[in-house]
Design a protein around this ligand. Structure first.
Ligand code: ADP
Length: 277
């Protein structure tokens, strides 16, 4: 009986690849176990079907973005050339606006391609040892100018000695870029953004915290879904794709790095994750 309990426990954890051997059990259990086996086989089959659909969907998204990017790239080139011509003011304004939107569309397609590659597992994590403190300093310099313009204080809180972690440096850079970008965008003038790194046993705890507009409770679980955005007139910048946190989620999951989000509307948001040392 202990054996049945243990296997049922594995089933409840989503391990559907094993079957009971009814012959190993007393007569009265056999019929039940055979039916259980059939049920498990059906669930496993359904699961594989869903995973395949997910993969096809993700590949489709990747292909569409790729195909759309080429003509868009050409379009942007022409618009750039047009915007540099000595046009009359109104035409000049239209050309600038069209160029701006083409650039936004291109950025969106690039993110979609990134996401679909990560989702489909096409991108292999290149894990190595690197100094997280140095990476965080580098990431923050990217935002210095914008933080000054928006009057938001950017601060890195980290100990002096190198904080080595085992992870894919480029992907973790993407995670930090997305999180700090959000912490700034959804902030307020006079607000703050902190990136905190702290060794915790065999991990380093990373926190990106802000004093921004926060996320209402009912949206907190969903912001990691692709395209999910919370509409707010208070954000310092309204441009976003709703893909940033979906990319963050996939990268952290590929690292098997736990993560969490805490947020209080009107007070601020903290996104926290742990990387192996
Ligand atoms: P976006 O490109 O819209 O920023 P994200 O996937 O990065 O997309 O974030 C999804 C949504 O979660 C955002 O549209 C925003 O509403 C909310 N959000 C994310 N980070 C924060 C934050 N630090 N403060 C407040 N809201 C946030």
């Amino acid at each position: 009986m202990g054996d049945i309990a243990e296997r049922l426990e594995r089933l409840s954890q989503g391990l559907f690849s094993f079957r009971f051997a009814p012959a190993d059990f007393p007569e009265e259990f056999r019929g039940l176990l055979e039916r259980l086996n059939a049920l498990v086989a059906q669930v496993e089959h359904e699961l594989m079907r869903v995973r395949k659909l997910e993969r096809v969907r993700s590949e489709f998204l990747g292909n569409v973005s790729h195909e759309l990017r080429n003509p868009l790239f050409a379009l942007r080139g022409y618009l750039e050339a047009l915007a540099e011509l000595p046009l009359e003011p109104m035409a000049q304004g239209f050309a600038q606006k069209a160029l701006h939107h083409a650039q936004r569309l291109e950025a969106l397609l690039t993110r979609l391609m990134e996401l679909s590659q990560i989702e489909s597992g096409a991108v292999r994590m290149r894990v190595r040892v690197f100094d997280l403190g140095e990476l965080a300093r580098q990431v923050l310099t990217v935002f210095e100018e914008r933080a000054r313009q928006w009057e938001v204080r950017l601060e890195l809180q980290v100990c002096e000695e190198p904080l080595e972690v085992v992870a894919d440096r480029e992907r973790i850079e993407q995670v930090l870029l997305n999180l700090v970008d959000n912490a700034l965008k959804y902030n307020r003038p006079g607000g703050s953004v902190w990136v905190r790194l702290e060794p915790q046993g065999k991990t380093v705890r990373v926190e990106v915290a802000d004093t921004g507009i926060g996320i209402p409770k009912e949206h907190q679980e969903r912001v990691f879904e692709r395209f999910y955005r919370v509409r707010s007139a208070q954000a310092l910048a309204s441009e976003g794709s709703g893909l940033g946190l979906a990319i963050v989620k996939h990268i952290l999951e590929a690292h098997q790095a736990p993560y969490e989000l805490e947020s209080t509307p009107g007070v601020g948001t903290v996104v926290r994750f742990w990387l192996r040392r």
